[in-house]
Design a protein around this ligand. Sequence first.
Ligand code: PGA
Length: 261
Amino acid sequence: MAKVTRTPLISGNWKMHHNHFEAISTVQKLAYLLNKDDYEVVDVSVHPPFTDLRSVQTVLEADEIPIALGAQHCHWEEKGAFTGEISPAFLAKLNVTYVITGHSERRELFGETDEMVNTKAKAILKWGMTPIICCGETLDEREAGGTDDKVAGQVRAALAGLKPEQVAGLVIAYEPIWAIGTGRTASAEDAQAVCALVRATVAEVAGAEAAASVRIQYGGSVKPSNAVELMAQPDIDGALVGGASLVADDFAGIVQYHAAG
Ligand code: PGA
């Protein structure tokens, strides 16, 4: 089988931070800090809150900034009586490229189930966008030796019913819940081991070719100081960054891991 080169994807998940003015200024600062050498080797996405999407889209397109627009969530239906929800069709219309599904905060705080994560992944694909499917274990699960079962189970459930060629284009983010927003990062070896397990699970469900193409991100307290080591791991193809993505300098520092040393 031909060797597949996976372009790393560094994604900034802003969560419920930055109003649309702050979003515009953050993206403009980021565009100033990143350059052609970065965009040649790394794909970059930002995932602002829904109310910022149109503003950020306008800045990215008007200034021809090669940062992909991302969303943090969507509903799976195109339209209907779902007060407060956002249709994947609306996101596609804003030229959104990536949509996160199954983030642990949505699973834990808003009741997103494995089945919903799967249904959302299908809807995101149907509208021509790429899902970033999140998985990861709690501290209790990790300490009880349950990391592999939890993560493999979430990956199998999320991919159910997808065709191998759809799986090949996906992004899966491994985010140990105990490392999110805590300043604690999985060691590069531990993160690599679980990302390798994610790839093996993809191979089992969708075949070796899809597993070789799927991009696997690590997330959980990624910062400029640990990005180089994490990104050097063979099965880590990017990062899903929360806190450090809110500050343009920090996020640019992570994207520029490739130029370090
Ligand atoms: P963090 O968040 O980088 O602040 O740990 C990561 C995430 O939740 O995607």
